[in-house]
Design a protein around this ligand. Sequence first.
Ligand SMILES: Nc1ncnc2c1ncn2[C@@H]1O[C@H](COP(=O)(O)OP(=O)(O)O)[C@@H](O)[C@H]1O
Ligand SMILES: N[C@@H](CCC(=O)OP(=O)(O)O)C(=O)O
Length: 374
Amino acid sequence: MDIRERVAKAHRVVVKIGSALLTNDGQGLDVARIGLWVAQIAELRAQGKEVVLVSSGSIAAGMKRLGFSSRPTQVNELQAAAAVGQMELVGVYESHFERHDLCTAQILLTHDDLSNRRRYLNARSSLRTLLNLGVVPIVNENDTVVTDEIRFGDNDTLGALVANLVEADVLIILTDQLGLFDKNPRDYADAKLLPHVSASDNRLEAMASGRAGALGSGGMLTKIRAARLAARSGADTLIASGREESVIVRAASGEVIGTWLEPDHGRQAARKLWLAGHLKSRGSLVLDAGAVKALRKEGTSLLAVGVKDAEGSFSRGDMVLCVDEQGVVVARGLVNYSVAETLKLLGRSSSEIGAILGYEGEPELVHRDNLVIV
Ligand SMILES: Nc1ncnc2c1ncn2[C@@H]1O[C@H](COP(=O)(O)OP(=O)(O)O)[C@@H](O)[C@H]1O
Ligand SMILES: N[C@@H](CCC(=O)OP(=O)(O)O)C(=O)O
């Protein structure tokens, strides 16, 4: 099906609005423009679509309130700015949405919330309930409690994980550029806008310099990765300028207004989506060529016989990366044995596990149900 047709039929849309845009390049929250986006979201709701809003801006708004002239680098100052700014942010949204008779809800998430299976399922159920009740959930990272270990750091990733969580059809990422260019338009005047790309195209990274604007955090790189993550649940992603007239309504009708990043494979099962969203790993397993092939081509579990080395400080149940002998990540999964046990099992067959460890554990190092191919 053509992208226009597919997007126009979308029932569930996630809209992510970035810091650079929300704060009008550091001048405090752009209240008037927020009003325009809210009116467009209200229009989508009137068309019967469900919308989740992922909004940045708490740190930038808090910075202004607290009189910081640049984004703090210390975690405690970032946390303080976020706590102050989030109040203002949700206040502005709530008053705009109220004018359209729409109810909003604040959802603050951390990476830990989504990597813990029980909390992930709770977050999913709350979001779905709110959508069924006609509420517009407004999601941000819970910056006040995060430390580097457990933060997403950029809201593009959070937007994609929310798209996975609610199985959205479309993720719209609004930023301060017209879309994805073949090189950074801040640095190159001749950069060309790309209207359509495949989310999995591995040439995209090279086009996106990691450099973000003064207020944003991830630049285009995190937006491309977000599109790939969203593609796992079948969502089309649009990166577009939040300053274009009626951008949200036009985007949701499938208009080519920026860059569409299309999924090129089918929707993954819900449990695999949760695994794919597990972004922090505790170690890695080095696979031989036979194991790489078995995982990629045959979708098998990972057995110790195909593992040559193990690194890190993982315990049973932790997320580990499966890499090939050149260090390229092939898959990620939840491991059944600690690093100390894994090192004893390297290259050994499953039937030997009991004799080596002194107890009978699972025959696989990583079961295929707990494994996602990257
Ligand atoms: N190839 C590219 N195309 C467009 N923008 C790019 C590219 N490479 C890097 N960028 C930068 O990414 C920035 C947007 O990311 P960011 O500042 O994190 O915004 P946001 O707060 O909206 O997430 C742009 O202002 C631009 O300087
Ligand atoms: N959670 C942070 C947003 C982090 C951030 O700047 O993200 P992004 O808009 O993706 O560049 C905040 O509300 O300030």
